[in-house]
Ligand binder design. Structure first.
Ligand SMILES: Nc1ncnc2c1ncn2[C@@H]1O[C@H](COP(=O)(O)OP(=O)(O)OP(=O)(O)O)[C@@H](O)[C@H]1O
Length: 276
């Protein structure tokens, strides 16, 4: 693994980012109920790399992912997938962009129970009226080890196998970027490790770009870099994470007395509101 520069969307070479957020703010509610879920976040997701997003509960991880994936709107700022500014798109254009350029993997596998594994994998392309690239599809199916299970329906598959179907579905159309929201949250550690190994492999050997929200330091250790969120801001980044280092960093968020959230001494450069 090579070293990853901290992702700053303003840095030269912004073309190297599969997705970027520029000064995005997301506010829920108003008055006393007002919550600033994202506070002027600027970040770039490097192309062909595996990025994990971590942070305490309520820090804005899901909101950041949803806004960057075009599943939710921002109150201010810009979001780019490739060169396309999502904030300038109308609903229909946004739906098409999500369909063509973005893959999703959710904690609850979200498979269609009446369809076989193969039909689930090709469903997004079928809906889009696109023919799957047979060679690519074969490679994806073999990589996730589903060759013998293609005719099975979801209820005939283990949780790990179902999530591998969901991974194959996300990869099949060769999206610009895959967003994975707690992809191992419903799996035991062995099945989780299999899925994470497969995601890692799809980045290393297929050049896929993946962003994953996780609470699990072991899962984050599969990534090339980790972004740490707190109170709607990116407060730290870590390259080449190990489970131990991630766990240690996460403990910093839980310490009482205002220590929480402070980047480690000598830690990575910070992007986002906290950097200013
Ligand atoms: N629809 C909503 N309405 C009001 N507040 C919301 C809504 N969605 C999220 N929030 C608030 O925004 C903040 C960020 O939420 P978000 O779900 O992004 O955090 P998270 O880091 O993903 O949390 P968790 O790890 O618990 O899933 C939280 O304070 C949350 O309560």
């Amino acid at each position: 693994m090579t070293n990853t520069a901290p992702p700053t969307a303003d840095a030269p070479g912004a073309g190297d980012f599969a997705a970027r957020a520029h000064q995005i703010t997301k506010v829920y509610g108003s008055g006393d109920a007002k919550v600033i879920a994202l506070d002027a976040v600027t970040v770039g997701i490097p192309r062909g790399r595996f990025t994990a997003i971590m942070g305490p509960s309520g820090s804005g991880k899901s909101t950041l992912m949803h806004c960057m994936a075009g599943l939710d709107s921002v109150d201010s700022g810009q979001v780019f997938i490739g060169d396309v500014d999502l904030t300038k798109l109308r609903d229909k254009q946004l739906t098409r962009l999500r369909r063509d350029k973005v893959g999703f993997i959710f904690q609850a596998f979200n498979l269609v129970p009446t369809l076989t594994a193969l039909e689930n994998i090709t469903l997004p392309m079928d809906i889009a009226g696109r023919r799957p690239d047979r060679e690519w599809l074969d490679r994806v199916i073999d990589t996730v080890g589903l060759r013998q299970r293609l005719k099975h329906r979801p209820n005939q598959l283990s949780g790990g196998q179902q999530q591998r179907v969901a991974c194959a579905r996300a990869l099949a159309s060769r999206p610009e970027i895959i967003f994975a929201d707690e992809p191992t949250g419903n799996l035991d550690s062995r099945a989780g490790a299999e899925v994470l190994g497969f995601l890692r492999d799809s980045v290393t050997s297929m050049g896929q770009t993946i962003v994953m929200v996780t609470h699990d330091p072991n899962a984050a250790a599969y990534a090339d870099q980790v972004l740490f969120l707190q109170d709607g801001r990116i407060v730290d980044t870590m390259s080449e994470p190990t489970a131990e280092r991630v766990l240690e960093r996460m403990k910093g968020f839980e310490l009482p007395g205002g220590v929480s959230g402070r980047p480690f001494a000598g830690g990575s450069e910070v992007s986002g509101a906290a950097a200013r």
